[in-house]
Design a protein around this ligand. Structure first.
Ligand SMILES: NC(=O)C1=CN([C@@H]2O[C@H](COP(=O)(O)OP(=O)(O)OC[C@H]3O[C@@H](n4cnc5c(N)ncnc54)[C@H](OP(=O)(O)O)[C@@H]3O)[C@@H](O)[C@H]2O)C=CC1
Ligand SMILES: CC(C)(CO)C(=O)C(=O)O
Length: 346
């Protein structure tokens, strides 16, 4: 068990981490922000963290640490939420490992299968996997736009393996200040289901440089996204996972892999995004940062390849994302034809 008033760190206080941390602070919890964007740390020190929600804005005082100040920490954390991009997980997990209490818990509030890197750094007995379904963005230091209010936000938490099982309520109690939290008895499968939704949404809409809802409305794009999700569902099964309900759906909602991919995309569009919601990958590209395409679409390609199956839609998505990041093509709605022109194996 962690302490009654656990010492909590949020490691990565961008779009998601900053607003989640603010809800925990406002609930009276002991929360330390750790962040590597210097201007953002300085803005929060000066003005607090401003969270703009659809119906209210709140400003919460916070004393964030620059990443380089982690070396000065002496008291261990009972709970660490890692809220960086999936590709940064491994090194931040190693950075924080010496500062996690012996019976502490580390939770990756991220897309992608980041729980493996966390478990490798801090041990499976201190690792919780999580699924996060909240739409947020951050373009200015010190200011977050959280588009999903607490009442509409959804999380799942689940033990990495049996050595951490039974401790989910400790995380559920903390995160319930920022959304609904379901406990998953098979978090690997739950995280795979999030990838089923992510596969079509995140990178394809960013390739078109459009909010998710505008991208889906273009001819052919919805079908393209569903094909990405179907490949992801097949990858989940090939990886030994199961189709399980997420986003607060029930067992009855879980259908065959093809239909479920479409239902999950529908659930995100209906319940977890606004007409102007830009996916996390488009936000990265707008900020000249790297997107999580390898950890989403790339993972699906490699898992299916290992199982002797191909994943043409996700492979094509990875290819176009690489072209964009290399500066060989712009992200643009003019990419519609090239996006839909999926190379086929003969
Ligand atoms: N945003 C969303 O709507 C959703 C995000 N997720 C997932 O949540 C996880 C965290 O994502 P998210 O919070 O969006 O990521 P962000 O990129 O907003 O925040 C993560 C980190 O990015 C940095 N950062 C952000 N903007 C800048 C900038 N302009 N200049 C310099 N540094 C910057 C910060 O430092 P640094 O990178 O330097 O560490 C921050 O720690 C990801 O796995 C994502 O896929 C899941 C659902 C929806
Ligand atoms: C589409 C969005 C923004 C959530 O609405 C997202 O990025 C995700 O589900 O991971």
């Amino acid at each position: 068990m962690t302490r009654a008033n656990p010492r909590i760190a949020v490691l990565g206080t961008g779009a998601q981490g900053a607003s989640i941390g603010a809800d925990l602070l406002r609930a009276g919890l002991d929360v330390t922000y750790i962040e590597q964007w210097p201007a953002h740390v300085e803005a929060m020190r000066e003005r607090g963290i401003e969270v703009r929600l659809p119906d209210e804005t709140h400003v919460t005082p916070v004393h964030p640490l620059h990443l380089c100040e982690v070396a000065t920490l002496r008291e261990p954390f009972d709970i660490v939420f890692i809220v960086v991009k999936a590709y940064d997980t491994r090194w931040v997990a190693e950075l924080i490992a010496p500062h996690v209490a012996d019976n502490g818990l580390v939770v990756g509030l991220q897309n992608g299968m980041t729980q493996d890197a966390i478990a490798a750094a801090v041990g499976p007995h201190r690792t919780m996997g999580a699924v996060i379904e909240v739409a947020s963005n951050m373009f200015e230091p010190g200011i977050v736009n959280r588009q999903t209010p607490v009442a509409g936000s959804w999380f799942a938490v689940g033990a990495y393996d049996d050595s951490a099982r039974g401790r989910e309520p400790e995380i559920q109690a903390v995160l319930s200040h920022t959304g609904r939290v379901d406990v998953s008895d098979d978090i690997r499968s739950s995280k795979w289901m999030k990838l089923v939704a992510n596969a079509g949404e995140l990178v394809p809409s960013a390739i078109l440089d459009l909010p998710l809802a505008s991208a889906v409305a273009l001819p052919g794009v919805h079908d393209f996204m569903i094909e990405c999700g179907k490949e992801a569902a097949r990858a989940a099964l090939a990886d030994g996972s199961r189709l399980v309900p997420i986003f607060g759906l029930t067992d009855d909602a879980v259908t065959d892999p093809d239909r479920y991919a479409s239902d999950l995309l529908g659930a995100v569009l209906d319940g977890f995004s606004l007409p102007d919601t830009k996916t996390t990958v488009l936000q990265d590209w707008m900020k000249d940062r790297h997107g999580e395409y390898a950890e989403v679409n790339g993972l699906i390609v490699s898992v299916l390849e290992a199982a002797g199956q191909d994943a043409p839609y996700n492979a094509h998505t990875v290819h176009l994302a690489r072209e964009i990041e290399a500066g060989r093509m712009p992200r643009s709605v003019d990419n519609l034809d090239v996006l839909l022109d999926v190379p086929r194996r003969d």
